[in-house]
Design a binder for this molecule. Sequence first.
Ligand SMILES: Cc1cc2nc3c(=O)[nH]c(=O)nc-3n(C[C@H](O)[C@H](O)[C@H](O)COP(=O)(O)O)c2cc1C
Length: 442
Amino acid sequence: MAETPPRTVPRTSATFTPEVMAEIRRAAATGIYDIRGAGAKRALPHLDDLLFLGASISRYPLEGYRERCGTEVVLGDRFASKPIRLKTPVTIAGMSFGSLSANAKEALGRGASLAGTSTTTGDGGMTPEERGHSQTLVYQYLPSRYGMNPDDLRRADAIEMVIGQGAKPGGGGMLLGQKITERVAGMRCLPPGIDQRSACRHPDWTGPDDLAIKLEELREITDWEKPIYVKVGASRPYYDTALAAKSGADVVVLDGMQGGTAATQDVFIEHVGIPTLAAIRPAVQALQDLGLHRKVQLVVSGGIRSGADVAKVLALGADAVAIGTAALIALGDNDPRWEAEYAALGTTAGAYDDWHEGKDPAGITTQDPELARRLDPVLGGRRLANFLAVMTLEAQTIARACGKSHLHNLEPEDLVALTIEAAAMAQVPLAGTDWIPGKAGL
Ligand SMILES: Cc1cc2nc3c(=O)[nH]c(=O)nc-3n(C[C@H](O)[C@H](O)[C@H](O)COP(=O)(O)O)c2cc1C
């Protein structure tokens, strides 16, 4: 009888991975759920699963240095008398003062303005730094109403009614006591040093009929001049987009589950909502079914990092994108030059996500004056503007290769998918086939 060979490799579990076990031990030791910033970290069907079909014989490319490829975008021309005109479809997403330092908010404004695009306030109101340095500033109107000021509605260039975020659709944000300085507390009319949990729903409306009334109220306050956006976290994008558009939104902002957050429960970030890739086509379909595609603009966010991502999102039918995390990285977030300090916090550059603790070595997700001083808003603004320019140029390069004279001429027909999941979600063929899962064959 043959001898059984000895087992030489200990087997680790694909279910109880080292990370899972570490979290069980952490929970057992503390009795507190894990809170963190940033977006979903696990692998999800993603824009990387799509590829462009560059032109060859059946399609005709445009010459990079001689033939124009437009990048400009108008947002909010459905009802607003003063729509937003941007040079690039890459905008800066709403990130709160409180979660971010005043210098970081100023740097975002400076960078966006240099690039000819907009930036957005966040939970906690508008700071003079960001208004002063943002050529085009979108003012968020949130369930919490923290920092809500009717004069700021009029000082803004557009208003974004936030219903939800991709990182936590159905939930509110958190700002923990260590980041609530006198200034942050004063703007929110709440005591300093005490944890704040933002409301998960608006206090004065419960459904689409009320939403329509609320949007009209905002239009009246701003003389029907400013575009009104409605931001939703991606969970039921077809119905949410349709209801936002029916309620009178000029722009729908759709934030997928890879979208960053300043702080919330890890379980929420990783298990609620649907991936950005899966959300876009149903939202576009809703607008098409209402005859409102390109009339109500669609801005998509959640895990967008490059010009390729921008081009893919636009090809799927969006009008513009918004970036949060990538903008913070451009400013210097998670930069390896602070590695020694990340290590002292028990993490490493690239993985640092304890943004709620306010100890960010890069001086971005903090209210500590010493740390915040590390970010030079002028330099940060320039870095962000460079990054936005690169994203725009990359998207243009791809559009030209597909023979398009404007980024908005990109279309699903320019794309194929690498996986069956991505093909089904993006409703484009699996590469090398004409098969779109869920659609009848040709
Ligand atoms: C630090 C930080 C703070 C944020 N604060 C807000 C906020 O106040 N209001 C809001 O609607 N979304 C907020 N968000 C979400 C962003 O607006 C946006 O939806 C998200 O960052 C997009 O995904 P991305 O980070 O992958 O680009 C925040 C995100 C981050 C990273």
